[in-house]
Structures are given as structure tokens and as C-alpha cells.
Design a protein around this ligand. Structure first.
Ligand SMILES: *Cc1c(COP(=O)(O)O)cnc(C)c1O
Length: 378
């Protein structure tokens, strides 16, 4: 059985973890943590990076840094992972869900302005499949209404909007290194701070509300409890794992793009027949090959296609049940219909996508899809 994801190991992970274990400093904010953070800062122009134990944690830090108070409103797409909303809900926010675009699951920036009220504080731009939201539109709206922009860049490592790295555009951004993402550390994430105003406080929140990071740099002669916070930093063992992945980022990205392009070329003729839709990448965005998905015409069609692929030895999956309809949030939602989000919830299917997938696998998957639509589906 070929799963939809297989975590890829570059070979150096255990080596660096061993180094971390015997370095004499295993807790967080050591040499590997700093190597990883510096890499991202230098390569992508992020102002300040802090590794976290997950993207969810990084988003929670964002919610604290945005100073979310009970009743504040945060605009979030409904078609996203729970954490994009949950992190803000934990601080008391009311989530105002926004629908997706018809041509792409990212949020429809043209609707955002109509959702703004005097209580709105933050827009969370989720770069679905590593493909950018329309950040000029979102930034412009945010500036005119004095809102903060948080990029949920969980899937968006090494991807760009009009030449600018995703994660460098919002006031704050959050990345994930969960084992399903392009580069991984099992569980892991990173907060990016692009606005100077938040840099110092971010470090304090990261270190349990203390100014320990300053103390370690010798900037203060004692440290103590100065703010709210939590233990958001990963151990050096995890950062060592991540460093091995970072060293291979270019090779990983190149391979994933080859696989993605092969899917695209192979399946495009079928999409042209109207059997299903394949991903589109707007002119302003790049594709980091995080995900290859199809959008089926109906829910039943998707269910049957997943079954056909499973019979052929491939586990394709669907994801994201519209958050505005979730058991946890449906009673708190303001009742607006979000039909495009629901469409992706019902009809989107993710095909296997990982470094060690082969071109033969893709041919086999395409053959199953072709047979399904030619004989069974229609
Ligand atoms: C994976 C993902 C997250 C959560 O990442 P974790 O590191 O597992 O906390 C958040 N948002 C999006 C869009 C994701 O894809």
C-alpha cells in the first residue's frame, strides 16, 4: 500500500540528534536551533525566527503577540486546518470565517473587507498547498483598517508571492515541520516576526514569560518573570533533526516539483475532458509542490475514486471539513453560508505526494483514475 505521505529522511538526522545529545546542551535555543533560525532569516529575509514545537504553537504565540482580547474578531478561512482558528479562539477571539476562491482554496481576498467591523484585529492568510494568498490585496485592506496580518505558512516553505518569500509579508507568520510537510522534524514549527515591534516580546513569550534569551546573550545580568508566555521552544534534539532536513531543502524541493509536474502533465488531458479539476497557481504565486490535489465534481465521485485508488494500492485522502460547520464552532458561527469552502470539503482529494514517490507510481495512479472515469464513473 502506498500512503499519501511518507516522511523522508535525508540520512543525517540521527547523526545531528546524536551530536545534540552529547553536546552537553540538550534543551532549547542551542547551536542547532540557532543554525536553523539563522538559515531562514538569511535565505528568506525573515526578520526574526524562533523555532517552536509546532506550527500550532507558533500560531498561539501570534495570537498572544496580537494581544487578542475576548470578543476581538479574527478573519480566517473556513477551509483550513483547525489550528489557524483555534490558536486565536484560545485567547478569546471570535472567528469570522471567510470563503475560498472558486479557482483556488485560498481565502477570497475580495470578500475580506466586507467582514471587517470595529472589533476586527487580525487577518489570518493561509497559503493553501504552499500557494500564496493575494497578499497585496490583503495587506492593503489591513493597512487601511489598521489590522495585523498573520500568515499561516504551515505548508509554504520556499514559496513566493511576487518574488517575496511567504512568511516575510505579514507582521507575523507560522511554519510547520510536521511530518506531512515538505521539510520535517516529526512535530515542529517556527514563528516568524517581521515587525520590529514584536521581536523582544516574542522571545519572552517563547521562554515562559521570562527574559532568559536576553540574559543568555549577556544583555541583562539576571532574568525573571516579565510577561505571559509558555514553553514554546523545541529541544536541540528536534532542531538537530530539522537541520539535516534544511541542508537538503533544495534537493527535496526539486524532487517534489518534478513529481508535481509529472502529475500535472499526466492528468491535464483528463482535466481538459472535464472529469475533474487540477490545481491552478495564480500568476502572483509560485508552487512549492507541497500538495497535488484534484477537485471532483461531486462528493460521491470523490468517495468512489478514493475507493478505486485504495483497491489499486494507493491511499488518497481528503481533508478540511469546513470549520464553520465543525462541532466545536458551528454554534458560534454567524450563520453565513460558505459554499466554496463546502465544495472543497466535499470534493477535494489529495494524491500521494512525498520525496520517495516514483514516476511509475504516478503512472499507476493516473491509470486508475483514467479507468475510473472511463468505465465506472460516467
Ligand atoms: C499542518 C498545518 C498546521 C498545523 O501544523 P502543526 O505543526 O501540526 O501544528 C496549521 N495550519 C495549516 C494550514 C497546516 O497545514
Amino acid at each position: 500500500m502506498i500512503h499519501f505521505n511518507k516522511p523522508y529522511l535525508t540520512g543525517k538526522e540521527a547523526h545531528y540528534m546524536y551530536q545534540a545529545v552529547y553536546s552537553g546542551k540538550i534543551s532549547g535555543n542551542g547551536i542547532f536551533t540557532q543554525k536553523c533560525q539563522n538559515y531562514f532569516q538569511e535565505r528568506y529575509g525573515f526578520k526574526k525566527c524562533l523555532l517552536t514545537t509546532s506550527c500550532t504553537d507558533a500560531l498561539e504565540m501570534c495570537a498572544i503577540l496580537c494581544n487578542i482580547q475576548p470578543g476581538d474578531e479574527v478573519i480566517v478561512p473556513s477551509y483550513t486546518f483547525v489550528s489557524s482558528a483555534l490558536a486565536f479562539v484560545r485567547q478569546g477571539a471570535k472567528i469570522i470565517f471567510v470563503d475560498s476562491m472558486k479557482q483556488h482554496p485560498c481565502m477570497d481576498a475580495d470578500i475580506v473587507e466586507s467582514l471587517i467591523t470595529p472589533r476586527t484585529k487580525v487577518i489570518v492568510a493561509v497559503h493553501y498547498a504552499g500557494v500564496a494568498c493575494d497578499m497585496d490585496k490583503i495587506t492593503d485592506i489591513a493597512n487601511r483598517h489598521h489590522l495585523l496580518v498573520v500568515e499561516d505558512a504551515a505548508q509554504a516553505v520556499d514559496s513566493f508571492y511576487k518574488g517575496r518569500a511567504l512568511g516575510s509579508i505579514g507582521h507575523l507568520a507560522a511554519f510547520s515541520f510536521h511530518e506531512t510537510k515538505n521539510i520535517i522534524s516529526g512535530e515542529g514549527g517556527m514563528l516568524v516576526v517581521n515587525d520590529d515591534r514584536f521581536v523582544k516580546r516574542a522571545e519572552i513569550i517563547w521562554e515562559k514569560g521570562t527574559n532568559r534569551a536576553e540574559f543568555f546573550r549577556g544583555e541583562v545580568n539576571k532574568y525573571g518573570w516579565v510577561d505571559t508566555g509558555s514553553s514554546f521552544l523545541p529541544t536541540e534534539i528536534v532542531s538537530g533533526f530539522l537541520w539535516a532536513q534544511i541542508e537538503n531543502l533544495d534537493a527535496i524541493q526539486e524532487r517534489r516539483k518534478q513529481l508535481w509536474n509529472t502529475y500535472y502533465e499526466t492528468l491535464k488531458p483528463y482535466a481538459d475532458k472535464g472529469w475533474f479539476k487540477i490545481p491552478t497557481v495564480p500568476d502572483y504565486a509560485t508552487n512549492n509542490a507541497h500538495m497535488f490535489y484534484l477537485v471532483c465534481n461531486t462528493f460521491e465521485e470523490r468517495t468512489n475514486l478514493i475507493a478505486a485508488l485504495r483497491d489499486g494500492g494507493f491511499l488518497a485522502v481528503f481533508h478540511y471539513l469546513s470549520l464553520h460547520k465543525s462541532p466545536y464552532y458551528q454554534d458560534k458561527h454567524d450563520g453565513r453560508m460558505l459554499p466554496v469552502s463546502d465544495l472543497y470539503s466535499d470534493c477535494l482529494i489529495r494524491l500521494p505526494m512525498f520525496y520517495e514517490l516514483t514516476f511509475d507510481n504516478i503512472s499507476d495512479i493516473a491509470a486508475i483514475i483514467k479507468k475510473y472515469y472511463e468505465y465506472d464513473g460516467h
